[in-house]
Design a protein around this ligand. Structure first.
Ligand code: NAD
Ligand code: TYD
Length: 348
């Protein structure tokens, strides 16, 4: 089995590569990543020299590169994690979100059609459903909830989802979609809530909470997300969408206070700042379809997962310090310069 994982130098994609290597050691895994600011080659160090692994530096928007690669590798499965993923950046500069998230998905699916890929899986988000009100706790997003995106990020992901369904219906592309809630865990880029607050707290810097901090997110440990995708790849039905979440809703302010408590830092570091434009109030996934059809259930409770995550950031200071001081991008230049000589590395 040959699996192409796009965006594998990012947070969830890298965790997925590690998960698949452990669960399916016989699979060949090809990571395609253009190494934007969010991609980090050092993350992939543990697999870089593995014989069943190949890294290709390329953009999913580059149709010639994708077609060439797919013709050469003949992948059985393509899992698309590659995306611009940060809502705040999408508010500052929407265009790259449309290029990567929408056009990149189209380019990938065309390459899949040409080379006859057996499964295209689109990694989407619960944010395509918009938000839920805080005063209706009985409401959840199901797969039938209408798409109602709020930010340029979520609108680009919703557009990609519609394209995937259209390619399935029009061209018979064997595609599946998963829509997951907020992930947390190792290797998350420190622009997102949990790693940002963790690292700022460690450095005793201000903890910028948007608005009142009452916004609710439904948190899932990243490994549980990887496991769910693996289940869909093997037993999911083509043309179907699966919601992934663990019924773990928390207010942002609760998370930030918890991080302060666990790190022994004062809550006086918390600073309420101007709210995000169009800020979604509440996300909450109903994962019943994943449970009933695929027998998937999350394995990591938030109380355990957050401690594991805090420990990981404490034990991997060098990883995030290189991001904070920009050195991780220097490493990318170095790798690309001498890349052809390295087993597993392929800078196209
Ligand atoms: P991330 O920002 O950490 O990683 C994205 C990766 O994609 C990076 O390695 C980046 O270099 C790469 N990339 C960006 N543009 C590319 C391009 N044009 N070609 C090739 N590679 C490119 O993102 P993440 O948090 O790991 O999210 C991965 C996917 O999961 C995204 O599609 C996102 O929408 C989705 N998702 C994320 C969450 C979450 O909580 N983080 C929740 C649900 C769904
Ligand atoms: P984020 O991690 O950006 O994920 P998303 O917007 O995709 O849910 O943000 C999670 C929540 O935390 C969201 O409600 C915005 C809030 N937030 C802050 O309050 N301060 C911050 O500095 C960041 C990055 C996020």
């Amino acid at each position: 089995m040959t699996v192409v994982v796009t965006g594998g130098a990012g947070f969830i994609g890298s965790n997925f590569i590690f998960y698949m290597r452990d669960r399916h050691p016989g699979y060949r895994i090809i990571c395609v990543d253009s190494l934007t600011y969010a991609g980090n080659l050092s993350t992939l160090e543990p697999v870089m020299n593995h014989p069943g692994f190949r890294f290709v530096r390329a953009s999913i928007t580059d149709s010639a590169a994708m077609e060439r690669l797919f013709a050469e590798e003949k992948p059985d499965i393509v899992v698309n994690f590659a995306a611009e993923s940060h809502v705040d950046r999408s508010i500052e500069n929407p265009s790259v979100f449309l290029e990567t998230n929408v056009l990149g998905t189209q380019v990938l699916m065309d390459a899949c059609r040409k080379s006859g890929v057996g499964r295209f899986h689109q990694v989407s988000t619960d944010e395509v459903y918009g938000d839920l009100p805080l005063d209706r706790p009985e409401l959840f997003f199901t797969e039938a909830t209408p798409l109602h995106a709020s930010s340029p990020y979520s609108a680009s992901k919703a557009a990609a989802d519609l394209l995937v369904l259209a390619y399935h219906r029009t061209f018979g592309l064997p595609a599946t979609i998963s829509r997951c809630s907020n992930n947390y865990g190792p290797y998350q880029f420190p622009e997102k809530l949990i790693p940002l607050m963790l690292i700022n707290a460690l450095e005793e810097k201000a903890l910028p909470v948007y608005g009142t901090g009452e916004n609710v997110r439904d948190w899932l440990y990243v490994e549980d997300h990887c496991c769910a995708i693996d289940r869909i790849l093997h037993d999911g039905r083509v043309g179907e969408t699966y919601n992934i979440g663990g019924h773990n809703e928390m207010k942002n302010i609760e998370i930030v206070k918890l991080i302060c408590k666990e790190l022994g830092k004062p809550e006086s570091l918390i600073s309420f700042v101007e709210d995000r434009k169009g800020h979604d109030m509440r996300y909450a996934i109903d994962p019943a379809k994943m449970q009933k059809e695929l027998g998937w259930l999350p394995q990591t409770k938030f109380s355990e997962g957050i401690l594991k995550t805090i420990r990981w950031y404490l034990e991997h200071r060098a990883w995030w310090e290189a991001i904070r001081n920009g050195e991780y991008q220097g490493m990318i230049q170095e790798e690309c310069a001498g890349g052809q000589e390295r087993e597993g590395f392929d800078g196209v």
